[in-house]
Design a protein around this ligand. Structure first.
Ligand code: HPA
Length: 276
């Protein structure tokens, strides 16, 4: 196990490099999930910084994910957006997948919008639904906070009783009502991947209280909460989870559904950001 990447020094170096490229101080961070990179088009006067240029930043490897940090404004609010994120199935430790959240905090971010593609475990969901995360199950078997705690970054034993901000969920629902849209709301189970789940695993997850399942987000949220950042999570339900329908799952289906809902998603995010 390595915690070498995530320390005050490497975070500072990454943040200093980003600051050298922009005069903006971002207040809101956005992390885009599979197929949702189109949200990057929302940013005005964006400065783009390829991940490979940022000291200590990992580089995303999966198809359909891009690797750049964008800094600009959305509806006048200064934002920093990750176009493409890091997953544990790529071989990164949880502290590496969450490193950019540390950097965002250093840059001045106090609110984080995390989006992901997820399988619907709740049988009342349908592909194309958008789900506000009310909570999560960290089923990765690990945590980005393992190792010595730097108290300058957060407390040793962070409270997770409101991992996903009630205030921000209310703001998102208010924004949705302006679009005559209703979010689903539920619990996201975060697994390692990269296989999709077996039908037995999906039955287990449903018994455990999961409404959706995916391979990201939980380590980012854990680090955000440790850092005192308020989190809003939105899952795009791209497919019904394994065993619900009599058909195999594929990354193509995930990308197709994400592509179908992108306009709706875009409109909602535009309305949510000013309320964050
Ligand atoms: N399972 C896990 N991750 C996912 C899924 C799924 O069904 N769909 C999109 N990401």
């Amino acid at each position: 196990m390595t915690t070498s990447k995530m320390n005050a020094g490497t975070i500072q170096e990454a943040a200093d490099y980003i600051r050298s490229k922009t005069d903006l101080t971002p207040e809101i961070g956005l992390i885009l999930g599979s197929g949702l990179g189109i949200l990057a088009n929302l940013i005005e006067d964006a400065v783009s910084i390829p991940y490979e240029d940022i000291p200590h930043f990992p580089v995303s490897t999966v198809e359909g994910h891009e690797g750049e940090l964008l800094i600009g404004t959305i509806k006048g609010r200064p934002v920093v957006m990750m176009k493409g994120r890091f997953h544990m199935y790529e071989g990164y430790g949880p502290e590496v997948t969450a490193f950019p959240v540390r950097v965002m905090k250093n840059l001045g971010v106090s609110g984080l919008l995390v989006t992901n593609a997820a399988g619907g475990v709740n049988t009342s969901f349908k592909p194309g639904d958008l789900m506000l995360l009310s909570d999560h199950l960290n089923l990765t078997g690990t945590s980005p906070l393992i190792g010595p705690n730097d108290s300058a970054l957060g407390v040793r034993f962070p409270d997770m009783s409101e991992a996903y901000s009630r205030r921000l969920r209310a703001a998102a629902k208010e924004a949705a009502s302006e679009h005559d849209f209703n979010f689903q709301e539920g619990v996201y189970a975060g697994l390692l991947g990269p296989t999709y789940e077996t039908p037995a695993e999906i039955r287990m997850l449903r018994t455990l209280g999961a409404d959706a399942v995916g391979m990201s987000t939980v380590s980012e949220t854990i680090v955000a909460r440790h850092a005192g950042i308020e989190v809003l999570g939105i899952s795009c339900i791209t497919n019904m989870a394994a065993g619900i329908l009599d058909q195999p799952l594929s990354h193509d289906e995930v990308m197709e559904t994400a592509d179908m809902v992108k306009e709706k998603f875009l409109g909602l995010v535009l309305s949510i950001i000013p309320k964050m």
